[in-house]
Design a protein around this ligand. Structure first.
Ligand code: FAD
Length: 345
């Protein structure tokens, strides 16, 4: 369930708040749910899935156990489905900005939208930090974002028969410059240099579209303005370095200038942070603050691998420790999922 309500001043009470809805945060919902622990999940992005959704939704992953090959977006769909029986509430498009340890050992959290939580434990599954795209400095950009300007491609089909301006010279720009001409009416690639920082065979494949007249390289140029009304684009203006200007007729602008991930406020919450990661106890992923856990890419312990499968194991270890916090008077009887079952299955 996604929270659609206006944030209230009364805090939402829950067992656990999970900061970050990447693959590891999503799997934590399942692990907690199996131990009858309720969770609310917050993410600064507008969609769940972390890096898998934001950076490589259509790329296959080959090292998820029992999935010889699965695309980033498909993995996230399956993790959401696996978590669904435990009815998590997702609070998207908002960053957790404040965390206070209460005298009783619980936590008060606040988000950039003013949502407040009171929980018995917190799991930080923040990966490399809250994601945000590097935005081009264009007037009225915000008016067009989400309508005609997008920082990621979720479904290529959404761009069928559109005139598209891709801006950037790295892997993402070139990957989409190779893929989108298959569905688009016309694709322009605007880059401030003539050379691209991408795999040579992809650059060759991009050039093949140029030869077929489906793609035009607009180099060395940079973005200078947006033309349109009410967020609907009709053109993109670009400038060269001698002051020359062109307007490209376009319905869509895709700026691919990279994503910046910042731990942001998490780094100031008073526990050991090393190189954008949080030091935890390897056995249960608890930080130096009792009840506060870190799992997945953000967690650091000897031998840590920044891999999804290791994040899944982190989630299981943390959930088992959290059981003792949520149910201090109930000993945990370990059960296999085959014995215990899952609601609705
Ligand atoms: P993330 O996926 O980074 O998700 C963290 C989430 O937390 C983000 O959505 C972020 O917005 C949110 N967040 C952070 N701070 C806050 C805050 N304060 N408030 C609210 N939300 C916050 N791994 C593999 O195992 N196999 C592979 O083949 C593989 N291929 C990869 C290919 C690429 C191109 C990349 C970039 C990575 C790849 N990885 C791969 C790495 C894998 O994606 C990461 O290990 C995994 O995403 C980590 O999951 P996570 O849930 O810990 O963090």
């Amino acid at each position: 369930m996604t929270d659609q309500t206006t944030p209230e001043s009364t805090p939402i009470e829950t067992d656990v708040v999970i900061v970050g809805a990447g693959p590891v945060g999503l799997f934590a919902i399942f692990e907690l749910g199996m131990l009858k622990i309720r969770a609310h999940v917050v993410d600064s992005l507008e969609e769940v899935g972390g890096q898998c959704t934001a950076l490589y939704p259509e790329k296959p992953i080959f090292d998820i156990p029992a999935h010889p090959r699965i695309e980033g977006a498909a993995l996230i769909e399956k993790l959401e489905a696996q978590a669904a029986p435990f009815k998590p509430t997702y609070h998207l498009n908002q960053q957790v900005t404040g965390l206070v340890v209460r005298p009783d050992g619980g936590f008060d959290l606040t988000t950039s939208k003013g949502t407040q939580f009171r929980s018995k434990a917190v799991i930080i599954a923040a990966g490399g930090g809250a994601f945000g795209p590097n935005r081009p400095p264009l007037d009225h950009l915000a008016e067009y974002e989400g309508k005609s300007v997008f920082y990621m491609v979720k479904r290529r089909e959404d761009f069928r028969d559109k005139r598209i301006v891709i801006a950037g010279g790295g892997d993402s720009a070139v990957d989409w410059a190779v893929s989108l001409p298959e569905v688009a009416e016309k694709v322009y690639v605007v880059h401030r240099r003539d050379k691209f920082r991408a795999a040579p065979d992809m650059v060759d494949r991009m050039q093949a579209w140029v030869d077929q007249g489906k793609l035009e390289l607009v180099t060395p140029y940079q973005l200078s303005g947006l033309v349109g009304e009410n967020g609907i684009l009709s053109g993109v203006t670009v400038k060269d370095f001698d002051g020359g200007e062109r307007t490209l007729e376009a319905d869509v602008l895709l700026p691919f200038f990279g994503l910046a991930a910042k731990l942001g406020p998490i780094a100031d919450w008073g526990f050991a942070v090393e190189k954008n990661t949080i030091v935890v106890d390897r056995t249960n992923c608890e930080t130096a603050i009792p009840g506060l856990f870190a799992i997945g890419d953000v967690a650091l312990y000897p031998g840590k691998l920044k891999l999804i499968l290791q994040g899944f194991a982190d989630a299981a270890a943390a959930a088992h420790k959290i059981h003792g916090i949520v149910y201090p008077d109930e000993p945990l009887h370990f059960e296999y999922s085959t014995t215990q079952g899952v609601p609705g299955n």
